[in-house]
Write a new protein. Structure first.
Length: 181
């Protein structure tokens, strides 16, 4: 089974638990901290993935490292460690965040531009896309891409909205080729 499918299953189970307890936002914040801790400490990952470390030691270690975490988050981490799925922790957090965003009508995406967008420009794009996508809110992350001549390209999930000059030129070229056939 692929890591992405596994991560979605764990995220879905944690999402259901958090929904029942109405602690979605708190759980999401805890998971973001967990992801950051794992990203910043490669030794943590190595310890939990080591085959000679017993499950009891892994559970005790996670209890110590994540003392302030909720029972559900800690149980999920322990389960992932016991089942040798420590590599999936970042994907679980990403999947959980996507589920929370979907439930609250929030869409996330990336906006590619030749230069860093100002806060006002980014806010204007977020408002515009929230209306067109019928979402309560859109959060865009700005990615500077020097290959873009001008304009912006926005990626929302698997959909790309290409408003770049090079994209427009490609479409014009395709139309000319189709017209000559």
């Amino acid at each position: 089974m692929s890591e992405a499918v596994v991560a979605k299953r764990y995220a879905d189970a944690l999402f259901r638990l958090s929904s029942e307890k109405t602690t979605l936002n708190e759980t999401l914040e805890e998971l973001r901290v967990v992801k950051q801790v794992f990203n910043e400490n490669s030794e943590l990952h190595a310890f939990l993935a080591h085959p000679r470390v017993t499950n009891d030691k892994k559970r005790a270690f996670l209890d110590e490292v994540f003392k302030g975490a909720s029972k559900d988050v800690l149980s999920t981490l322990k389960l992932l460690a016991e089942r040798h799925r420590v590599d999936s922790i970042a994907d679980v957090v990403t999947s959980f965040e996507a589920l929370v965003n979907e439930a609250s009508g929030v869409a996330q995406g990336k906006v590619y531009s030749v230069r860093k967008l100002s806060d006002a420009e980014k806010a204007e794009l977020e408002i515009s896309f929230a209306k067109s996508l019928n979402k309560s809110m859109v959060k865009l992350e700005n990615v500077v891409d020097p290959s873009i001549v001008g304009g912006v390209k926005i990626r929302m999930g698997n959909t790309i909205y290409d408003g770049t000059i090079s994209g427009k030129l490609r479409r014009i070229e395709q139309n000319i080729k189709l017209a000559n056939i």
